[in-house]
Ligand binder design. Structure first.
Ligand SMILES: C[S@@+](CC[C@H](N)C(=O)[O-])C[C@H]1O[C@@H](n2cnc3c(N)ncnc32)[C@H](O)[C@@H]1O
Length: 279
């Protein structure tokens, strides 16, 4: 089953506009997208899928590496995200499809050379998505995606080393506790949502083999984290707060930090492949 929060919030214009502005101003999504597109080996591609493509940051990275005659389909179920993307990214090779990732196979005209999914897979029904990707990939085609370290239950050594100062998340919880009596959710809530073993099982059931798994560190700053936490869908803390209250808590938490403090985000990057046909 897809998680309850899979769609909620993404199909809101305020989130879509804030998300697109963030991707313009900060490198997080363009950098991770470029990394995945590079791993997908797109030089000879004719059809590439940008799965859960949102406002197009990943499609842009794919278009940079795909040949002139390639077609790119960016599929996402949030029309609001795609409205922003359609406005800003007008490459004629790109088609926008508003649909669930789980229904991918119903929307692809022919075998795909690669499917790339940046920063989204854990929001989907991964078993159904893997099965759909397995159906649309040509033999030898690649499925490349990443999982946020917290969701996969992994942490890069650089992130561990950077944890000397409290994170902005921790400060947000402290401010919310002090000013609003906020109590964090029970520990069970923070168990990894999508561990690697589960992912590899779904890939194997869908007939794909894992070519490579890498834990990568993305280096950024407290200022970027603050901007990211200002996007409505990512704003914290959870619970019964208005967006204005969350932004007030964020401002107070951020005032306790230094803007150019280095922060590190961990990603688990998976490259899978549909096996080539035996001769
Ligand atoms: C963090 S954004 C990533 C967008 C883009 N890949 C990027 O890097 O900027 C996550 C996207 O996943 C989409 N999404 C979540 N669950 C989905 C599903 N089941 N089917 C299609 N899209 C989904 C959301 O609508 C959102 O646009």
């Amino acid at each position: 089953m897809a998680p309850q929060d899979a769609v909620l919030g993404w199909d809101e214009d305020t989130t879509a506009e804030a998300y697109a502005a963030f991707t313009r101003d900060f490198p997080m999504y363009s950098a991770t997208s470029r990394d995945l597109a590079r791993r997908a080996h797109l030089a000879d591609s004719r059809l590439v899928v940008d799965l859960c493509g949102g406002a197009g940051a990943t499609a842009e990275a794919i278009l940079e590496l795909a040949p002139a005659q390639a077609r790119v389909i960016s599929l996402d179920n949030a029309a609001a995200m795609q409205r922003v993307g359609r406005r800003t990214l007008t490459d004629p090779r790109l088609t926008w499809v508003t649909a669930r990732a789980e229904d991918l196979a119903d929307h692809i005209p022919g075998p795909a050379d690669a499917v790339v999914c940046n920063s989204a897979i854990w929001k989907t029904d991964v078993e159904a998505v893997a099965a759909a990707v397995g159906r649309v990939l040509r033999p030898g085609g690649r499925f490349v995606f990443n999982i946020g370290g917290g969701f996969a239950g992994v942490r890069h050594s650089d992130e561990q080393a950077a944890r000397i100062a409290p994170s902005l998340h921790t400060l947000i919880r402290q401010v919310a506790a002090r000013e609003h009596g906020y109590a964090p959710p029970p520990a069970a809530y923070t168990l990894p949502k999508l561990p690697l073993e589960e992912v590899t099982e779904h890939l194997a059931s869908a007939g794909m083999t894992v070519l490579d798994i890498e834990v990568v560190a993305q280096h950024s700053t407290m200022a970027e984290k603050k901007a990211w936490l200002s996007i409505p869908i990512f704003a914290r803390p959870d619970g019964d707060f208005s967006h204005e209250q969350r932004m007030d808590i964020l401002t107070k938490a951020y005032a306790l930090t230094t803007p150019d403090t280095a922060t590190v985000t961990t990603w688990l990057v998976v490259t899978a492949q549909r096996p080539r046909e035996q001769r």
